[in-house]
Design a protein around this ligand. Structure first.
Ligand SMILES: [Zn+2]
Length: 80
């Protein structure tokens, strides 16, 4: 019985740690920044209003102007 109680306590602690960690990693994810390929400005992926997908990759832009420039000639700004 002592072992069972101990194991149960450990499981609870692991759950608690996982909960704290997942919350923490979510916080980091919120601040994930992408680079505007046109002007080089840092754009928050979560709040970005202007974005487009090219060759399976998502690109983020600071303004509709940058998005338009990219869409007009994506090959010029995509490397590799
Ligand atoms: Zn821009």
């Amino acid at each position: 019985m002592t072992f069972l109680r101990c194991a149960s306590k450990n499981t609870h602690l692991t759950f608690l740690k996982a909960f704290i960690f997942s919350d923490f990693s979510k916080m980091i994810e919120d601040d994930k920044m992408a680079k505007d390929p046109i002007c080089g400005m840092e754009v928050n992926e979560k709040t970005a209003k202007y974005k487009t997908t090219h060759m399976g990759k998502t690109y983020y832009f600071c303004s509709p102007g940058c998005e338009k420039t990219f869409k007009a000639n994506p090959q010029k700004y995509v490397k590799g």
